[in-house]
Design a protein around this ligand. Structure first.
Ligand SMILES: CN1CCC[C@H](Cn2ccc3ccc(-c4n[nH]c(N)c4C#N)cc32)C1
Length: 242
């Protein structure tokens, strides 16, 4: 998979080259290119923004600069691409989206700043390729770069060979529609708090049941919306007895 990111703050994307993602890039599982939007400006001030039509606070990112940048970036590789534009007004980004994006040959991310990117940029490219305006959560950031870090990590970890243990991705929170339950490791007792006995019993059936019960409890307490979204047959009789 190839990932391109266009931003006025390339340094914000440096974490992509660390740790797990850095190893994925080094092993050729992932190809990441970060582009400075200002490389497509032509004025001495390298202006990327202008005042909003209709008035209002802040500035809007200029369509001409984005058009020149995205034309050049898209033309640099013949693989079909999906353009992803983080915005607080976007559709919520979910684990299902991460799986869908992991199947793409190429993702191009447009990182807005200021009050966002002139809407005609999204409208223009939507005539030529898939374009997603997505949000990583119901809070307001200062720009799209942090959202790109979140999305790229969520996607890259699903690529074959990136995670050391593929079971991790298969047993993710949300993979069965529930939140993950609690995890424990050594020591058996820490500050007078013991590991639950069942986890040391060696009884794999009992351990699986206990873990499922804790996942259900946590989901009921923290994300009842996920329960409501489960298909009718997702919960068995033992689940419902909890
Ligand atoms: C006051 N204004 C309101 C509009 C957005 C302005 C900042 N900004 C500019 C570009 C941009 C891109 C993403 C996000 C963002 N915020 N929250 C999320 N979940 C996001 C995501 N994905 C925020 C952004 C600030």
């Amino acid at each position: 998979m190839r990932i391109d990111v266009v931003t006025i703050f390339p340094g914000y994307l440096a974490p992509l080259r660390e740790a797990l993602l850095g190893r994925a890039i080094g092993s050729g599982l992932l190809d990441v290119a970060v582009h400075d939007l200002r490389d497509w400006t032509h004025d001495v001030h390298q202006a990327v923004d202008d005042s909003p039509y209709g008035g209002g606070p802040g500035m809007v990112m200029r369509p001409q600069v984005w058009g020149d940048a995205l034309d050049a970036v898209l033309a640099a590789d013949e693989r079909p691409a999906r353009l992803v534009v983080p915005t607080p007004a976007g559709r919520p980004f979910t684990q299902a989206d991460a799986h869908a994006y992991a199947a793409e040959e190429r993702l191009v991310f447009a990182c807005g700043r200021y009050e966002g990117i002139d809407q005609r940029v999204v409208d223009h490219y939507a005539d030529a390729l898939p374009v997603d305006e997505i949000s990583i959560g119901d809070y307001v950031l200062v720009g799209g770069e942090v959202a790109v870090l979140v999305v790229v990590e969520a996607v890259a970890r699903l690529l074959p060979g990136v995670l050391g243990n593929p079971r991790s991705a298969a047993e993710d929170s949300f993979s069965d529609g529930l939140l993950e339950g609690p995890s424990y490791t050594r020591p058996e007792v820490w500050r007078d708090r013991p590991v639950p006995d069942v986890l040391r019993s060696g009884n794999h059936g009992a351990i699986a049941r206990w873990r499922r019960d804790r996942a259900l409890e946590r989901t009921v307490a923290r994300r009842p919306d996920l329960l409501a979204a489960l298909p009718p047959d997702a919960l068995d009789k033992k689940d419902r007895a909890l």
